[in-house]
Design a protein around this ligand. Structure first.
Ligand code: AMP
Ligand code: MG
Length: 272
């Protein structure tokens, strides 16, 4: 295949600087058509790998999606993760916490929807909101959110030790591309339903969000739960990169079909 996925991440311990990742990058691909074949192959491969994960039942996969508004979390689920058999997937979306959720520790609401072995879990936003929006909008004191990076690493370690492979994507769009997409949502009647005035408030805090992302990616980029920064200005390249990273990740899991029943050939299918 076509590119080095190391291009989209850093070794654990290195400092992420969002500016050094180009949101408009399309690698060696010139356009959508150019990428179609490779993306299709990846989607087919992901289907096969998912079937083994489901059949094997001894390992799971957690995919975390984080991004600024309009960057394509929903589109990624639809187009890049849509190849997975719905029966073996659990999607969880995390919005503003309820009163009950706020009365627990911040990981309480994410632990239950985390995938069991045999399943793929997709987090549309995640526990990272508790060191992102919570930090940027000062929804909790510094002392509270700053302790959370270690809690997150330990939580993800617990999942990893329990057979769950973790892969985390930051979908990286530029502020200009976001403005374009917000305008589209405002003007296109078919997209009006996605227009949320609250997104404009978050947009004003773009630099603060980027600093918060840099710290989250730097401090929580562990060997057991790596972060990838996906160029997301072009949806087709975003889908290609996400599928490519997932193929490589799942190939690294050594997924196998379970052993068949002993003497499988000796059974006679009864006539009825
Ligand atoms: P959406 O853009 O539809 O995903 O909206 C979900 C909203 O919930 C976003 O504005 C998030 O910032 C917000 N949200 C998610 N998790 C939290 C959290 N732990 N604390 C506060 N706001 C959150
Ligand atoms: Mg929003």
């Amino acid at each position: 295949m076509s590119f080095d996925i190391g291009h989209f991440t850093l070794p654990p311990g290195d400092d992420f600087k969002i500016e050094s990742f180009d949101p408009a990058d399309t690698g060696k691909y010139e356009g959508k058509k150019d990428a179609r074949k490779d993306t299709k192959e990846n989607l087919a491969r992901l289907q096969q790998l998912h079937e083994k994960l489901y059949a094997g039942g001894d390992q799971g996969l957690l995919i975390v999606l984080q991004a600024m508004d309009t960057a394509g979390k929903d589109g990624t689920i639809k187009h890049a993760l849509g190849a997975f058999n719905p029966q073996g997937v659990k999607v969880a979306s995390f919005g503003v916490p309820s009163e009950e959720e706020l009365s627990h520790d911040f990981l309480w609401r994410v632990h239950d929807p985390a995938p069991p072995r045999g399943f793929i879990g997709i987090f549309n936003r995640s526990h990272y909101e508790d060191v992102l929006v919570v930090r940027v909008k000062e929804l909790a004191p510094r002392g509270v959110w700053s302790a959370r990076y270690d809690h997150i690493n330990n939580f993800e370690r617990l999942l990893a030790d329990s057979g769950i492979t973790i892969v985390k994507f930051f979908l990286n769009i530029s502020p200009d591309e976001q403005a374009e997409r917000l305008r589209e949502r405002q003007q296109n009647p078919e997209k009006n339903w996605k227009f949320n005035p609250g997104d404009l408030e978050d947009r004003k805090l773009w630099p603060e969000f980027m600093r918060a992302y840099e710290d989250a990616l730097t401090r929580c980029n562990t060997p057991w739960a790596p972060w990838y920064v996906v160029p997301a200005n072009r949806k087709w390249y975003r889908n290609l990169v996400v599928t490519e990273i997932l193929v490589r990740t799942m190939e690294g899991m050594d997924l196998e079909f379970p052993d068949p029943p002993p003497n499988i050939g000796s059974y006679v299918i009864p006539d009825v």
